[in-house]
Design a binder for this molecule. Structure first.
Ligand code: KG4
Length: 329
């Protein structure tokens, strides 16, 4: 089966083509037009997707030497995401499937991230625990099979990536702040100060708005005259430790409760090496493997949407669970 995946939920325009679980091509265009605004501007994102999609599709077909008629399935992200951005990719995919007379599979972006690990060399064994940490989501799942999963908990306010981006802004870093904070933190002292992370009644839920506010207060109280580089590095390291500890704690709890052999870290924040290391250390004691996808599969990408679409098609999930948000099937 050759599946085309289209991803346009936020600021990455991506086209991926897979043959079963093998990636043939995965082109990702990150829109840099948003950087100067300190966040994604929805209107700009939609227009950029509109400009990027056709050239990316042509490039993907050229690189794979495929003819569009050789595509068996066409999958596109249907949500969640920025509505205008989604409409562009969804309509592009649906129009293409109509003209080629192929099946069209709407895909939930979250499922794309959760199953992205299956495009990596080392695949998890069911059941496994999956932590999705991105700019828009932070959630913990028990995955029993493809499209058979239980949401254990999620953030009640900010996503972990969002907290990284907001603290990045407080430290005067470029958007998105995640990888910049990681770089700064390498030079800092993680025990410089303790930023508190909320402990919620629902044991698998997360909250990251408090830690962001405590960084803001700390800066206002101690650095009203401005911050030197060393203080920025120390704050970045202490913040990264606090967020990572909160994430590791919940994964630990779920691994013990469900006695899984594998835990999977997906989403943009999964690129963070400090978090990976802390998780790996803590899971090793419980004889649980930590798996995470390659870097290009951690970020928003078309290949993961193609794979989630293929599994949805094979299990008939898309017909029994129509994605009604934001478009009726
Ligand atoms: O999954 P993703 O590409 O898309 C969204 O959900 O938007 O994730 C992007 C998020 C951003 O918040 C970014 O700051 C964060 O992932 N991120 C990181 C790192 N690389 C990207 N956060 C922490 N450390 C990193 N190395």
């Amino acid at each position: 089966m050759i599946t085309l995946g289209i991803e346009t939920s936020c600021d990455e325009t991506s086209i991926g083509i897979i043959e079963n679980d093998r990636i043939l091509v995965n082109l990702i265009y990150t829109q840099e037009q948003h950087n100067k605004f300190g966040g994604v501007v929805p209107e700009i994102a939609s227009r950029a997707h509109l400009q990027n999609l056709l050239p990316l599709l042509k490039q993907a077909l050229t690189e794979t030497r495929l003819d569009s008629r050789e595509l068996d399935l066409i999958a596109a992200t249907a949500g969640p995401g920025l509505i205008g951005a989604l409409i562009v990719g969804y309509c592009f995919g649906r129009g293409l499937s109509f003209s080629l007379r192929k099946n069209f599979i709407p895909v939930n972006h979250v499922h794309g991230h959760l199953f992205s690990i299956f495009l990596s060399e080392q695949k998890p064994r069911f059941p496994f625990v999956a932590l999705l940490v991105s700019g828009g989501n932070t959630a913990l799942y028990l995955i029993k099979d493809f499209y058979e999963m239980e949401l254990l908990g999620s953030t009640v306010d900010d996503a972990a990536g969002e907290a990284f981006d907001k603290v990045g802004k407080l430290l005067g870093l470029n958007y998105p702040g995640g990888s910049e904070i990681e770089k700064l933190a390498l030079l800092g002292d993680e025990n410089f100060t303790d930023f508190p992370v909320a402990n919620l009644a629902e044991k698998y839920n997360f909250s990251f708005s408090g830690v962001k506010t405590s960084v803001l207060r700390f800066i206002q109280k101690n650095y009203s005259e401005g911050m030197d580089d060393i203080s920025k590095q120390n704050i970045a390291a202490s913040f990264q430790r606090a967020v990572s500890e909160a994430l590791v704690q919940k994964v630990d709890l779920a691994v013990r409760e469900f006695k899984v052999r594998d835990a999977v870290l997906v989403g943009g924040v999964a690129a963070n090496n400090y978090l990976r290391e802390k998780l790996r250390e803590s899971l090793k004691v419980k004889s649980c493997n930590l798996l995470y996808p390659d870097l290009s599969l951690c970020m928003d990408n078309g290949a993961m949407i193609a794979f989630a679409g293929l599994k949805s098609y094979e299990s008939n999930y898309y017909q029994t669970n129509p994605i009604t948000h934001p478009f009726p099937n």
